[in-house]
Design a protein around this ligand. Structure first.
Ligand SMILES: Nc1ncnc2c1ncn2[C@@H]1O[C@H](COP(=O)(O)OP(=O)(O)OP(=O)(O)O)[C@@H](O)[C@H]1O
Ligand SMILES: [Mg+2]
Length: 271
């Protein structure tokens, strides 16, 4: 018997290998058994819903014995903006990976909205992830795709219509100040511009939660300020934002809550 193939799967199968693997890493599959493309093509875009994030007594030690987080408790309300600071190796990226379900805690519970990630697998985990935008320090853009294609790509792969992609693309590029660069390729952009493409890509699906891992780590101070300004603008329209950073200066310039990680232990520096 021939298995039914949805239009979304067809699109996915037709992609070149390198694009497919970049898309997979973007969608952050948790295990090879998971379906990389959660929804059928006819699915409506997910509605923004209230998000609260909780880590309850969360500890994480990697298989090689590296202790990344120790008994972390943290509550983040809908619409909050939180800075996570701490030296290299203190557990910042691990904390974000747990929130995204890319890593699992060894003990304790991670809750997004009303869903505990502890037992979520496959499509149900993928559905939660679709409501989370992620910005990586190293951008992770697709090299042979234009700015517009990079931003549109995830929507396209998720089965959004051309009309809906178009409707979302241009205001998002405008919001990050890149409407004039839509046809450029990543290697024709500055680092700050590339980071803004990655922010546009993370938010074009209007996720209620945005996780940004060192989004200013490779930028000079002017570009760093610009990136933080965009993150604040997104927060002002209701997106919950969690940003990790080494940059104490950026943290001091704002009055948002700050937590600090040290050797995996979390403490509140500013409420
Ligand atoms: N996949 C992994 N396997 C084993 N150990 C890991 C892994 N990822 C991180 N670690 C270890 O866990 C600890 C926390 O790492 P993490 O990447 O969360 O730190 P970080 O605060 O993000 O550091 P940086 O500021 O350098 O990005 C470190 O000791 C690191 O070596
Ligand atoms: Mg890190």
């Amino acid at each position: 018997m021939v298995a039914a193939v949805t239009p979304t799967e067809n699109r996915y199968e037709r992609l070149p290998d390198d694009v497919r693997s970049l898309l997979n890493s973007r969608l952050q599959m948790i295990s090879p058994g998971d379906n990389p493309l959660p929804p059928p093509a006819t699915a409506k875009p997910p509605k923004a819903q209230p998000v609260t994030v909780s880590l309850r007594n969360v500890s994480k030690t990697y298989d090689n014995g590296s202790r990344a987080l120790v008994n972390v408790n943290l509550n983040i309300g809908k619409g909050d903006f939180l800075f996570v600071t701490g030296p290299s190796g203190s557990g910042k990226s691990t904390l974000l990976k747990l929130l995204y379900g890319q890593e699992r805690p060894c003990s304790g519970e991670v809750v997004i909205g009303d869903q505990s990630l502890t037992r979520l697998r496959g499509n149900r985990l993928a559905m939660v992830r679709r409501r989370i935008g992620i910005v990586f320090q190293d951008y992770k853009l697709i090299p042979r795709r234009t700015v517009a294609e990079n931003v549109a790509f995830v929507l396209w792969a998720q089965g959004y219509t051309r009309k809906e992609i178009h409707r979302r693309l241009w205001p998002t590029l405008k919001m990050v100040g890149l409407q004039d660069k839509a046809k450029c390729f990543p290697d024709q952009l500055s680092g700050g511009e590339q980071q803004r493409v990655s922010i546009a890509r993370a938010v074009v699906g209007t996720p209620p939660l945005l996780l940004a891992d060192e989004p200013t780590g490779n930028l000079d101070s002017e570009n760093s300020l610009q990136v933080v300004k965009i993150l604040k603008k997104l927060n002002s329209i209701g997106i919950t934002v969690i940003v990790t950073t080494h940059n104490e200066h950026l943290v001091r310039l704002s009055n948002h809550p700050v937590v600090q990680l040290r050797n995996g232990y979390l403490r509140h520096l500013r409420q």
